[in-house]
Design a protein around this ligand. Sequence first.
Ligand code: AQP
Length: 342
Amino acid sequence: IQRVFSGVQPTGNLHLGNYLGAIANFVKLQETHNCIYCVVDLHAITVWQNPDELTHNIREVTAAFLASGIDPDKHIVFNQSQVAEHAELAWVLNCVARLGWLNRMTQFKEKAGKDRENASVGLYAYPNLMAADILVYRATHVPVGEDQKQHLELARDIAQKFNNDFSESIAAKGYDAKFFPQPEPLITGPATRVMSLRDGSKKMSKSDPSDYSRINLTDDADAIAQKVRKAKTDPEPLPSEEDGLKARPEADNLVGIYAALAGRTKADVLREFGGGQFSTFKSTLVDLSVDKLGPIGNEMKRLMQDPAHVDAVLVKGAGRARAIASETMKAVKNIVGFVQAK
Ligand code: AQP
């Protein structure tokens, strides 16, 4: 049975993009894979986080996992900082990855902005830590949104370079030549890149200053209704076929959201709504969104009233994660040539 790893940053404002692009797929994969789902708090601090808010946000992402249907007894749910092996392996991978590789990462360029000299070293090295997150469990499949594709490709390159650089030692010490497997990205469903409700050319994002750009998982029915009604559209009616969405990013986005929430294809949704006005479509989208997200938001709020329970889930998950990660780390140290207790 194959192993899945993925993570979500506890940086607040969990939104529909995080849900459709990642968490909803996490839930499905539980049926077919051994899954490890991580609240990646070490990644979060690559940009400044208020400590109290960070604690709250770690619990909130955990609550979102549980409320969406992730089972922490059958699978592993924990926060990254509790398993030191992530940071430990990341250091080794910092020494494997090349500066030139990291220089090509578009997310760093976007997040660092113009003031690159002032970005943290952590923000730059973020993709190496992400590679460590995956490889420390020797995970084979990584469900992510479209925006993470480049980081996944880097993780594959790092895995391969480690296997090559240390091939003699790997063979001499009796490990499989492909010590680190090549992790496969799983970018699936009709909403792998949910766009901002205010601007169809920007992805829906936690850090967008406008709350109207996104539907948060904790939004109530009124907030969802207001945001969907105010979502940017164009004056044309909806097209009847998918081709008609091509130069219409806002329409494409709303149809994609509908399709993903309803578990249908975009073509199928357009067969029903094609030719109609956005106002009618938007009302149905509001009902569907409230229907699907309302119970998740309510359950998140209920779980957040018992932080001790949420923390206990994370502590227990971290123990199980550590058992796997420490085995990998022992082997890595052996391969690299470090001295350690037998
Ligand atoms: N708009 C999106 N559409 C589809 N998937 C998305 N993801 C994020 N935004 C979208 C996916 O959600 C998972 C968790 O993301 P993350 O928390 O690790 O970080 P992120 O990608 O940086 O999320 P944001 O919301 O865009 O935050 P900021 O504003 O800080 O940049 C990932 O699998 C991601 O692909």
